[in-house]
Design a protein around this ligand. Structure first.
Ligand code: AHG
Ligand code: MN
Ligand code: MN
Length: 334
């Protein structure tokens, strides 16, 4: 395969994509640099003093791991200086972060989950960084207002993730399909390895934390039972896979098809996953790859966030698998 770098890929598509301006390419360059820096620390995690918790609890009420904190600070530091942003929001920060006036300002807004899959850090299982990019709405000037950031996911101009696994990957969409790049550690560049990724129409794997079953509604139980009792795309029963890192479970779903589900439950009536830094970017990728993303009743990308850390139920993956869940939920009132 000819070696195509991310920058080359973006430049090749620049004519096609109205968003691939020089400023946008610069934003991605610094995002990628942050990802490489995080990947390097994760690769050596057991050798550096970066495993375990910080003893702090974040705005989500979750224990902050040392690597959550490191990844968060790498991204905040680098991206505030990239010149393309006016504001950022991180899963680990309670409030909107406005780019301070001493740094060059741009028109983009970056929302990220610095390290997804915290519970897997200490056991050397895949984790990742998930990101979502918006434009500041037309006509906005002065200090960015929260309402300018609380946009529906369908207005994302780009989204993606960096997956820190056996190899480090960048999976990206600027609204022109989904493309995967693999980090060549020898040269330090992400090279195009998975052009035009497409989610199969129906899969043969369902992915859900069944430990929560006793807390599910009847609709959610019935939805998951559908995958226990229905023949999958391969004519066999669906198989079950659950990594517990959304980014890794999604990556498998993107490649093999099937469905990832995080229904609401009695303890988490709004669902667990964060709309803006987890569900929206992955929903953007899913749709760009021909799949679907739903909250059970409708399209994730049309949900209007009411706060930065809004949560949502999530059903994402192959079109037919997600539609099967929606058909079941449609029989139950919201
Ligand atoms: P994070 O590590 O960023 O806090 O996200 C954890 C999320 C997601 O990665 C994963 O799919 C989900 O939590 C797992 O939740 P359960 O442990 O409840 O299954
Ligand atoms: Mn996460
Ligand atoms: Mn996280």
């Amino acid at each position: 395969m000819p070696e195509v770098t991310v920058t080359e890929h973006l430049l090749l598509h620049q004519k096609l994509s109205p968003h691939a301006t020089g400023m946008f390419t610069g934003l991605l360059y610094d995002l990628i640099l942050s990802g490489k820096s995080i990947a390097m620390r994760i690769n050596k995690a057991g050798l550096l003093d970066v495993l375990g918790g910080t003893g702090m609890v974040n705005v989500q009420g979750e224990n902050v791991q040392k690597l959550d904190d490191i990844a968060n600070h790498i991204l905040l530091y680098r991206m505030e200086r990239c010149g393309a942003l006016c504001a950022m929001s991180s899963e680990e920060e309670p409030d909107l972060i406005r780019v301070r006036p001493e740094f060059p300002q741009g028109d983009y807004i970056l929302i990220f989950d610095p390290l997804d899959g915290s519970s897997n850090i200490d056991v050397n299982v895949n984790v990742g960084t998930i990101f979502s990019i918006f434009h500041r709405p037309e006509g906005g000037s002065g200090e960015v207002r929260l309402e300018e950031v609380l946009q529906q996911g369908c207005r994302q101009v780009a989204a993606g993730y960096m997956l820190y696994g056996p190899s480090t990957m960048l999976v990206l969409s600027t609204g022109q399909g989904v493309h995967g790049f693999t980090l060549d550690p020898g040269v330090g560049e992400f090279l195009l390895s998975h052009p035009n990724m497409q989610i199969p129409e129906q899969g043969y794997i369902y992915s859900v934390n069944e430990g929560n079953r006793q807390n599910w509604s009847d609709a959610s139980r019935e939805a998951v039972d559908w995958f226990h009792t229905t023949r999958a795309a391969n004519g066999k029963h669906y198989s079950s896979r659950y990594v517990g890192s959304l980014v890794a479970d999604f990556h498998r779903t993107l490649i093999y098809g099937g469905i990832y589900m995080y229904p609401p439950d009695a303890d988490k009536p709004q669902g667990k996953l964060r709309l803006m830094c987890e569900a929206n970017p992955l929903a953007f990728l899913a749709e760009q790859a021909g799949g679907k993303a739903s909250d059970g009743y409708g399209r994730i990308l049309e949900r209007q966030p009411d706060k930065l850390h809004a949560r949502t139920p999530l059903f994402i993956g192959s079109r037919r698998d997600v539609e099967a869940v929606e058909a079941i939920y449609a029989r139950y009132p919201r």
